[in-house]
Design a binder for this molecule. Structure first.
Ligand code: 5RP
Length: 236
C-alpha cells in the first residue's frame, strides 16, 4: 500500500496508521477528508479485508465515500449511524489547545457536523501542521452562492473589530469557476495571518447572514496523532 514514500507522505501515513489502531470492532467511525484522511481510509480498508474488522464508516465528503467503498468499508449516512464512536480526520493547522483550522479540502461543513456527533475526534497530521497561533493558513468559510459578494463585504467589515492581522477574503476557484462544495456552496478563504481569539472569531463569523459554517474547530478535537517524516509518531 505504501511503496516508496516521501517524508511528508510517510508522516501522514504513520499518523493515520496509529489512529487506525484506535478503531475497534463494531465502531461507527467518522471518516475525514483530505490526503491524510485518505491514508486512514486505506488502513481501515486493509484491516477490514485482512483482519475481519467490522465497522460502519460515515464519510465527510463524496470523495471519501467513494474511497471507503472502494476499499471495502461499509458506508452509512450520519443519520443511519445516529451517533459515532470516533471520528478521525486531518487538519490544516492545530494549536496547543487542539483548536483547528480545517476546510483546505472544502469539506469543513460535513467534517464539523460529523466530528461534533462523535464521542471523540482524533486529528491525524504531519508535524508541519502544528502552530503556536492559528491563522497562517487561510481560514475557509462556507457561504451560500446567493449574494456571496455581499456576504464577503460583511465578513470583511466584521474582521475590522477582531484580533486578526489580515482582512482579505478570496473566493476559492476551481479553474475558471468558483469552487462548489458537496452542499452546493462556495468557499471564501480568509487571509488573516494571525487569529488572536479563535473562539470569538468562530462565533462572530457564523452570525453573518450567508455564512453556513467556518473552518475553526474549537473544543471539538480530543487528541492529535502527529506523524514525522522519519516514521516517529507522537500522540497528544
Ligand atoms: C478537508 C480538510 C483536511 O482535513 C485538511 O485540509 C487537511 O488535508 P491534508 O490531510 O490533505 O493535508 O479539512 O476539508
Amino acid at each position: 500500500m505504501t511503496g516508496e514514500l516521501s517524508p511528508i507522505d510517510r508522516a501522514k501515513f504513520v499518523a493515520a496508521k496509529r489512529a487506525a489502531d484506535m478503531v475497534e470492532d463494531g465502531m461507527r467511525v467518522g471518516l475525514g477528508t483530505g490526503s491524510t484522511a485518505a491514508w486512514l481510509v486505506r488502513c481501515l480498508g486493509e484491516m477490514v479485508r485482512d483482519e475481519g474488522l467490522k465497522i460502519q464508516g460515515v464519510p465527510t465528503s463524496t470523495r471519501t465515500a467513494a474511497l471507503a467503498r472502494e476499499v471495502g468499508i461499509e458506508v452509512v449516512s450520519l443519520d443511519q449511524a445516529g451517533w459515532l464512536d470516533i471520528t478521525i480526520d486531518g487538519a490544516d493547522e492545530f494549536d496547543g489547545d487542539l483548536n483547528l483550522i480545517k476546510g483546505g479540502g472544502g469539506a469543513l461543513l460535513q467534517e464539523k457536523i460529523v466530528a461534533t456527533a462523535s464521542d471523540q475526534m482524533v486529528v491525524i497530521a504531519d508535524a508541519g501542521k502544528e502552530v503556536e497561533t492559528l491563522g497562517a493558513y487561510p481560514l475557509p468559510v462556507e457561504v451560500i452562492p446567493f449574494g456571496w459578494q455581499t456576504t464577503r463585504k460583511l465578513i470583511e467589515e466584521t474582521l475590522v473589530s477582531m484580533d486578526v492581522l489580515g482582512r482579505s477574503a478570496a473566493l476559492r476557484m476551481n479553474g475558471d469557476a468558483p469552487f462548489v462544495t458537496d452542499e452546493g456552496n462556495h468557499i471564501l478563504d480568509l487571509h488573516l495571518q494571525r487569529i488572536g481569539n479563535p473562539r470569538q472569531l468562530a462565533l462572530v463569523l457564523n452570525q453573518v447572514p450567508g455564512v453556513v459554517e467556518n473552518g475553526l474547530f474549537i473544543d471539538i478535537c480530543d487528541r492529535v496523532v502527529i506523524g514525522f517524516g522519519d516514521g516517529r509518531v507522537e500522540v497528544r
